[in-house]
Write a protein that binds this ligand. Structure first.
Ligand code: SF4
Length: 406
């Protein structure tokens, strides 16, 4: 849209007239990094107009507007209007603040973006109706909403026409796709599989109560949906899960993991965890650690609990000290390293399909196997964005050295 108005991306070393910052507000640290980034841009390009959008802009528009260099603050539902706002600002040079209160946001436009990556990201849903006690996302993103299956499939077709081979299905709570309509997430994935040209789909993070056995069974037979799942657990203790107001317990979570392992034994299963949440006593952390250790999963994504203003979690006691939160992160990360190395080692000596990425470094190219193992092969530039068979030779940290064999 910006390009249509004659605005182009600067090359390295050039000075921009406009800087667009897309912000996050998932933790206190995210807010801080956004402020630091905006200030750094204002120092570096003192004559540039800074445009800020995303969750931090939505939640704290006044705070953002007061930062140096900021001329336009646009809420999360206004991103697709940024080009028009920039036009308006160029004509008037007057600061603008365009925010819809999150509760009133109803509009959703699916989008498919490539950025500089080989993989494409298809956003099918936004917002969340769950209100987990620690989370500000519903306050920033508003109610759950999505496009029709037809509109999303159209986006996937356009991506395929532009050369996309792999699409990651994203959203805030994607399992909620279609809520309030006669369609659902299962209808969506069945329709996407029919799009010609897209050889791989990955389902990004999906709530365990919404990743039904029916979906897992269907993925196990699908040609194009990869054996790769990302499921947020957040804590492996039922008391803490209740305090977090999550929509499942550890029994259901274990059942999902066991179903995946039974039907798709080679699947990669990534699991999100928040440690040190309010109410996570040493005993409850220990029970969570034992639960996580007992799961047959591939990797953990571990985050220390972050206090967020306006959340229900602030009423919970006891509070876990910061230093303890960080010790718990280390404990869980050690478990994660162990699980990842066991998972990866299982596939050494086997042959798997890899989509090779465009970027090259030190004579090597990277890519992911169908079951999400990151591999490194000697670069063959003409094979970028192609799916090739590789033999997995040896583990090298978080990657695997591999040989192209077909
Ligand atoms: S499901 Fe819970 S953690 Fe996820 S976005 Fe919704 S409220 Fe936040």
């Amino acid at each position: 849209m910006l390009a249509e108005k004659g605005i182009h991306r600067v090359n390295p070393g050039e000075t921009p007239d406009i800087v667009i910052v897309n912000t996050c507000s998932v933790t206190e640290l995210a807010d801080k990094k956004c402020r630091q980034t905006i200030r750094a841009f204002a120092r570096k390009w003192s004559n540039a107009a800074i445009v800020v959008t995303g969750c931090y802009a939505q939640l704290k528009p006044q705070e953002v507007a007061s930062l140096p260099g900021v001329e336009i603050v646009a809420g999360i539902d206004r991103k697709l209007k940024l080009a028009a706002y920039v036009d308006e600002w160029l004509a008037s040079r007057t600061p603008m603040m365009e925010i819809t209160p999150a509760k009133e946001i109803r509009e959703f436009n699916p989008s498919c973006s490539r950025g500089d990556r080989t993989r494409w990201f298809l956003k099918v849903q936004d917002g969340c109706d769950y209100y987990c006690s620690y989370c500000t996302i519903p306050m920033a993103r508003g109610r759950s909403r999505s496009a029709s299956v037809h509109a999303v499939v159209d986006k996937a077709r356009q991506a395929a026409d532009s050369g996309a081979k792999e699409i990651v299905i994203t959203g805030v709570n994607i399992g909620d796709f279609g809520k309030g309509s006669s369609e659902n997430f299962f209808d969506l994935i069945k329709a996407l599989e029919q799009v010609n040209g897209i050889e791989r789909y990955r389902i990004s993070s999906i709530e365990p109560n919404l990743l039904t056995d029916e979906i897992i069974e269907w993925v196990s037979k699908s040609r194009n949906f990869m054996p790769h799942f990302h499921i947020p657990l957040q804590c492996g203790d039922d008391e803490v899960l209740k305090l977090m107001r999550r929509h499942y317990d550890t029994t259901l979570f274990r059942h999902r993991v066991e179903t995946i392992n039974r039907l798709i034994p080679d699947a990669f299963i990534g699991v999100d965890l928040i440690v040190g949440a309010r109410g996570e006593t040493p005993e409850r952390f220990e029970s969570s650690r034992e639960f996580v250790e007992s799961l047959d999963i591939s990797r953990l994504h571990v985050f220390p609990y972050s206090e967020r203003p306006g959340t229900k979690a602030l009423e919970i006691t006891p509070v876990v000290e910061n230093s303890v939160r960080h010790d718990r992160v280390k404990t869980m990360l050690a478990i994660s390293d162990d699980k990842l190395s066991r998972f990866t080692s299982r596939f050494i000596g086997t042959v798997r399909p890899v989509l090779l990425e465009h970027s090259q470094k030190d004579g090597f190219m990277h890519g992911f196997t169908d079951n999400y193992i990151k591999v490194k092969v000697p670069a063959v530039p003409k094979l970028a964005n192609r799916i090739v068979e590789v033999r997995l030779d040896s583990v090298d940290g978080e990657e695997v050295n591999a040989t192209i064999i077909g």
